[in-house]
Design a protein around this ligand. Structure first.
Ligand code: SF4
Length: 512
């Protein structure tokens, strides 16, 4: 549909001989998925929502030719019923702060000049001209940036570890773009909307840790992200921003792409590296860590897309600026894929420390159809369900863990009072059973057994004894699985058992 809208704009403008004067630019995602497709008219920043191909003629005729806004296509504030034409005044955007998503929706991702016009590659240029690798790592450590892929490990420290291992025949910077959580699409959106930020950040990382090779591991189901990333790499190469002797600095770095087949477990560093080497995507125990022995046994540093997307901004605005945003131990912002029973489904980026209530009820516009909020699952299939009592929890790595869930890569699925919590737990478990690599018994067999018990319970055939087994088996799987997938797979079961015990009891046949 979006392509049809673009084609119609080009056609309508050409018919009126306005095509030389007015450019139609395809941008990445604005994040407000609920109201897509979105058309923004510059320079007056009018934001048209839920546009159809049939609306284009009217927008061109009314707005562009006659200078009158098309009110029926403007966003209507649900509280005041007023039309809002500038996204800055919409509740969905008011509390957001865009660092990782800063260029998404605002530039043409296939035009390197537009990225450069937003100070793109300036951070790289400054670094190559005037900073040592140790100084770069120091800035990263001071910024307080922690890995956005789920682990939350300090990025500067990770770069420092990787910088300490040397190899004469290769060292790698790896970008993990194997986004696998159900409902999560922040990495895809960044690669589709701002691929040069990843190219620039990986090059900065290469300089800092002493690596000349970059690899992006991306799922093949992301064809637009792959296309735009390829284009960005080529354009950067042709502009002397990748390849030999970048900007005359003497530093050389290039990036290649590896495709994943969409296995959730390949988000784990060691499984990802095995998959890139053409092996089965199975995790191995650490140590050795990839910083010492990674791709082809060479030192490697792995960060995910969102982590890298923050890097150029940190060097442009400073570590102090970045660390002034967020909470005490979680600096900067986090992108969440807000989905489920909220009014405003979309991609939102908020400072760490924003509460769940603000995200769900202000940015998300509350629960659909006036229903009652019941729970929110954060952290995807590895996370847990948080309830009403957690709504005022400031979101950061540590608070979410303390509340019984986790940040994960940023999936956030809201459920309302019509949803059945054992069924929600079953949904996530179905996913992990399917995605288990099968290498270790607790995860391969244990999660299947958990799923069978949940099936019995949701079919009304379970017993109180099953509920006890569900709890005991979950704890055994957590304690004995080899990698994060198995260790966290029972989290949705345990958290829903914990918060919705009565609902589970009501499902079993021998409840008193
Ligand atoms: Fe594979 Fe699961 Fe074991 Fe991880 S925990 S190694 S995914 S079987």
């Amino acid at each position: 549909r979006s392509q049809e809208i673009i084609d119609n704009f080009k056609k309508c403008l050409a018919e009126r001989r306005l095509d030389q004067e007015i450019k139609v630019i395809t941008s990445g995602c604005f994040g407000f998925c609920e109201k897509g497709p979105i058309v923004k008219i510059a320079p007056d920043n009018t934001f048209y929502v839920s546009v159809t191909p049939e609306d284009v003629e009217e927008i061109v005729e009314e707005h562009i030719v006659k200078g009158r806004k098309v009110y029926r296509l403007l966003f209507t504030d649900p509280n005041t019923a007023e039309h809002v034409s500038d996204s800055k005044h919409m509740d969905f955007y008011k509390k957001q702060m865009r660092i990782a998503l800063r260029n998404c929706g605002f530039i043409d991702p296939e035009n390197i000049d537009e990225y450069i016009a937003q100070d793109g590659y300036l951070a790289l240029g400054n670094i190559l001209e005037s900073m040592t690798p140790a100084e770069v790592i120091d800035v990263m450590k001071k910024s307080g940036l922690r890995g956005r892929g789920g682990g939350g490990f300090p990025t500067g420290l990770k770069w420092e570890f990787a910088s300490k291992f040397h190899s004469d025949d290769g060292k790698y910077v790896i970008c993990n773009a194997d986004e696998g959580d159900p409902g999560a699409f922040m990495d895809r959106s960044i690669l589709e909307g701002d691929p040069h930020s990843i190219v620039e950040a990986m090059t900065i990382c290469g300089y800092a840790i002493g690596a000349n090779n970059g690899l992006v591991y991306i799922r093949a189901e992301y064809p637009l992200a792959v296309k735009r990333l390829r284009r960005a790499i080529e354009d950067a190469r042709n502009s002397g921003l990748l390849g030999d002797n970048i900007l005359g600095s003497g530093f050389s770095f290039d990036i290649d792409i590896r495709y994943g087949a969409g296995a959730f477990v390949c988000g784990e560093e060691t499984a990802l590296i095995h998959s890139m080497e053409g092996e089965r995507g199975e995790p191995t125990s650490k140590p050795p860590f990839p910083a010492e022995k990674g791709f082809w046994g060479k030192p490697s540093n792995v960060n995910n897309v969102e982590t890298f997307a923050n890097v150029p901004a940190i060097f442009l605005k400073g570590a102090d600026w970045f660390s002034s945003i967020g909470s005490e131990k979680s600096k900067g912002t986090k992108v969440f894929a807000l989905a489920g029973k909220v009014n405003n489904v979309g991609l939102v980026e908020v400072p760490m420390g924003t509460t769940l209530r603000e995200v769900i009820f202000e940015i998300g516009g509350g629960i659909r159809d006036g229903r009652k909020f019941k729970a929110v699952q954060t952290g995807g299939p590895s996370g847990g369900c948080l309830t009403e009592k957690d709504l005022d929890t400031p979101i950061d790595f540590d608070n979410l863990l303390a509340a019984g869930s986790m940040m994960g890569s940023g999936g956030m699925i809201v459920v309302d009072d019509t949803d059945c919590m054992p069924a929600v737990a079953k949904f996530y478990l179905e996913f992990t059973v399917e995605e288990s690599c099968g290498k270790c018994t607790p995860c391969r067999v244990g999660n299947k057994r958990l799923h069978e018990i949940l099936e019995k319970i949701t079919d009304g055939k379970g017993t109180m004894e099953d509920l006890k087994t569900l709890k005991d088996l979950s704890n055994v799987i957590k304690d004995t699985s080899l990698c994060g997938l198995g260790q966290t797979a029972p989290n949705p079961v345990l958290s829903t058992l914990n918060s919705f015990w009565d609902e589970y009891v009501a499902h079993v046949k021998d409840h008193k």
